[in-house]
Design a protein around this ligand. Structure first.
Ligand code: NI
Length: 208
């Protein structure tokens, strides 16, 4: 190594250290906006989760996010063919609202399908009724579902090998239960698998 090479080499190492330090700082900053409290992930405005959607409900009525303003939404993205995860989480949502009884009436449970090709309003109508009498099922064109999922940073895709029209297609999807505030922004997320009693307790705290 000559002198010039040493200078370039040293400058390179210094740059790497600075980038690593900046990244570490950014990651730490990010984490600070999402404090984890037991089963709850609190979402600040910085998390920017929630946004407009334009869909069709299980009765065939056009519905937008604005229709839920002034109320809380307990929101879940999934699909009716889901063999285990979705039914378990939707059951948890329904049970938590049962536990809250009158206190939970300010919360509307909402299920948005990530499988609109199979989940028509009629399919959703039968499905949501099994979990809670007030649960709203939402579907729509693929592009509208994609936009809604994007607003909530929800990931989904058909598992590899599935062919269009295949009735046994499984979907991979994010399984957070979101509590959305009266202003349409998500205030908290609960991990799938949270117990109904725990969910009810946290909902009482966050909506009371
Ligand atoms: Ni599922």
């Amino acid at each position: 190594m000559n002198r010039r090479q040493i200078v370039i080499f040293s400058a390179g190492i210094l740059a790497c250290v600075l980038v690593a330090w900046a990244l570490a700082f950014l990651v730490k900053g990010r984490r600070a906006t999402m404090p984890i409290r037991g089963p709850v992930i609190m979402l600040t405005a910085a998390a920017d989760i929630g946004g407009p959607f334009r869909l069709t409900d299980h009765t065939g009525k056009r519905v937008t996010d604005a229709d839920f303003r002034g109320r809380f939404m307990l929101l879940y993205f999934g699909y009716t063919f889901c063999p285990d995860v979705c039914p378990a989480d939707l059951q948890t949502m329904g049970r938590a609202l049962d536990i809250l009884a009158a206190k939970g009436e300010v919360i509307t449970p909402v299920f948005i399908t990530v499988d609109p090709e199979r989940d028509s309003p009629a399919v959703l109508k039968k499905y949501v009724a099994a979990f809670h009498p007030r649960m709203v099922g939402l579907t729509g064109p693929a592009a509208a579902i994609k936009a809604a999922a994007k607003a909530y940073k929800v990931y989904y895709r058909a598992q590899p090998g599935a062919k269009p029209g295949d009735t046994k297609i499984l979907m991979d999807h994010t399984s957070f239960i979101y509590l959305v505030g009266p202003d349409g922004k998500a205030v908290a997320a609960f991990r799938g698998g949270t117990r109904p009693e725990v969910l009810a307790k946290e909902l009482a705290r966050l909506t009371g």
